[in-house]
Design a protein around this ligand. Structure first.
Ligand code: AP5
Ligand code: MG
Length: 216
């Protein structure tokens, strides 16, 4: 299965992608996580990436595509993948469409997780992440249950930067909803409520997709 997960910052893309990756045995590819890792590695590219992500701004489209192309060419993506946070602009979506054509593969669906802007800001401001493995936790948790190290805040998770990210989403990423609707690939999921309930809604949409394929 080849999926894209979209939604406002804080919508739960990473949370749902991790569950889907485990359920379907496909790699979870988060461009945000890849850029944060690249930033941590130091050097000129890291500084360029940090300039964008720490301010809540998008990195250039060409760089995002290059990172995704290199990742999709790896062996573990042969039978499917789950892209979290890419594409993020219409230009990225067009370049991605071309890349899939070149690779001779098709996207199965673009899942849009929908929450309100107020809920998004609340979740982002409360979120903690593990500085070692990158796992994400809701507010109230202090230690990573896997690595046993104290959790930290992401550099872009203060309220002003979160609001800027929401504005950038509205201007640059929101048009992708229409882009994928026009191609018959859009699956919309209500993203508020307990995490397992949202996951069941996502699975129900994917089952609908699989039933359509079987029925032709
Ligand atoms: P990225 O890392 O993708 O950040 P984002 O899109 O802003 O989304 P988040 O990771 O903040 O939220 P999420 O939807 O994953 O929610 P999560 O599951 O964590 O990108 C970061 C930056 O990288 C960008 O700003 C940009 O600079 C750059 N970048 C990345 N991709 C790019 C691209 N393609 N092009 C250009 N630049 C790019 O959940 C949020 C919180 O809520 C967590 O604490 C979680 O535990 C909690 N939560 C989840 N679900 C629920 C629920 N149902 N109820 C209550 N709490 C919940
Ligand atoms: Mg995320």
């Amino acid at each position: 299965m080849r999926l894209v997960i979209m939604g406002l910052p804080g919508a739960g893309k990473g949370t749902q992608a991790a569950l889907l990756s485990e359920k379907f045995g496909i790699p979870h590819i988060s461009t945000g996580a890849m850029f944060r890792a690249a930033k941590g590695a130091g050097g000129p590219l890291a500084r360029k990436i940090a300039q964008h992500i720490d301010q809540g701004e998008l990195v250039p489209d060409g760089l995002a595509l290059a990172v995704v192309r290199a990742r999709l060419e790896q062996e573990d993506c042969r039978d499917g993948f789950l892209l979290d946070g890419f594409p993020r602009t219409v230009s990225q979506a067009r370049m991605f469409e071309q890349l899939l054509d070149e690779m001779g593969i098709k996207l199965d669906a673009a899942i849009d997780i929908v929450i309100s802007a107020d809920e998004a800001v609340r979740r982002i401001v409360e979120r903690k992440t593990c500085p070692r493995c990158g796992a994400t936790y809701p507010g109230g948790t202090e230690v990573c249950s896997v690595c046993q190290v104290p959790l930290a805040k992401r550099e872009d998770d203060d309220e002003p930067t979160a609001r800027k990210r929401l504005l950038i989403y509205e201007e640059q990423t929101w048009p992708l909803v229409e882009f994928y609707r026009e191609r018959g690939l859009l699956l919309k999921v209500h993203g508020e409520g307990p995490i397992d309930q949202v996951f069941h809604r996502v699975l129900a949409q994917i089952r609908g997709l699989q039933a359509d394929e079987v029925l032709g």
